[in-house]
Design a protein around this ligand. Structure first.
Ligand code: HPA
Length: 311
């Protein structure tokens, strides 16, 4: 039996979700045509705080819980709230849709389910997606608290057949065979870096390749070394399926990793030789990820705000 939802049913759910959302936005004309989707990564839900806060008729906020949208799955991960927040960003009052809490494959959802919100966003008329995530540093020069503008990715599950575009092609969204050589929009990347400079952000900004591992385990030491060999600079459990579906829909993509921990690629302590390294040296944890994200989130928020204000 196929694990895929039949196309007609899937399309119907997408359109049903988008019309439910649209009906909640229509009473607020200034929000009713969102232009940008922002996906908040682990511990980065505070990005929704950059929406104009007055919550009056000039800058309204509309919040919709995932559980109130037909067809939307709910986020089960601590640090992922599970709601859409619609509001305005910057002096230019750019109308945006924020996903506070994303859906992951490791939670048991299919890629059709985890990328469902992207196609809903497309239905709402959105043309740009800003994706953020927490990621482990694999490149030796990356330190926790630094940022990586994603310039490319390795879709490791995808190369082995677990691909978000597997199954009948959704012709009304995009082509069967999609090139990904320009997945991460060059002008958006340049704009982000320019805004970081203008804002005098001293946090180091790298540009590199995001390696998608399905999770939920953090990588073993040998896996960290393997990912390094395969060209990954940072590793994480999200983003790539969303980016692929967004590109399939013809949306422009900007994606940012916050490096929350260093992947440990050193060999474990030996049983054969005396070794001073404790076994838990550098062990990754979700608490560490959330702590690092919290620390860096203010910088991420202000650069994203300035970038989106310019779009
Ligand atoms: N590996 C995978 N995903 C992650 C990591 C990591 O080290 N840190 C934050 N998300």
């Amino acid at each position: 039996m196929s694990d895929l939802i039949p196309v007609e049913q899937y399309l119907h759910s997408i359109h049903n979700a988008s019309s439910t959302i649209q009906s909640k936005l229509d009473p607020h004309p200034i929000l009713s045509r969102p232009r940008i989707l922002i996906i908040c990564g682990s511990g980065l839900g505070g990005i929704a705080d950059i929406l104009s806060k007055d919550n009056d008729s000039d800058s309204p906020i509309v919040e919709i819980k995932y559980s109130d949208i037909p067809g939307f799955k709910t986020s089960t991960v601590p640090g992922h709230a599970g709601k859409l927040v619609f509001g305005l960003i910057g002096d230019n009052k750019v109308p945006v849709m924020c996903m506070v809490g994303r859906l992951h494959f490791y939670e048991g959802y299919t890629f059709q389910e985890t990328t469902f919100p992207i196609r809903v966003a497309k239905d709402l008329g959105i043309g740009v997606v800003v994706v953020t995530n927490a990621a482990g540093g694999v490149n030796d020069s990356y330190k926790p608290g630094e940022l990586m503008v994603i310039e490319d990715h390795v879709n490791f599950p995808g190369l082995a057949g677990w691909h978000p575009l597997r199954g009948p092609n959704l012709e009304e969204y995009g082509p069967r065979f999609l090139p990904l050589s320009d997945a991460y929009d060059h002008s958006l990347r340049k704009l982000f870096v320019e805004k970081a400079k203008e804002l005098n952000v001293i946090r180091k900004i790298h540009e590199g390749t995001y390696f998608f591992a399905a999770g939920p385990t953090f990588e073993s030491r040998a896996e960290v070394r393997a990912i390094r060999t395969l060209g990954g600079d940072a590793v994480g459990m999200s983003t790539v399926p969303e980016v692929i579906v967004a590109r399939h829909c013809g949306m422009r993509v900007f994606a940012l990793s916050l490096i929350t921990n260093a992947g440990v690629g050193a060999k474990p302590p030996s049983a054969l030789h005396p070794n001073p390294v404790a076994l838990d040296d550098g062990m990754a944890s979700h608490a560490e990820v959330l702590e690092a994200a919290d620390e860096a989130s203010k910088d991420v928020e202000k650069i994203i705000e300035a970038t989106i204000n310019q779009l």
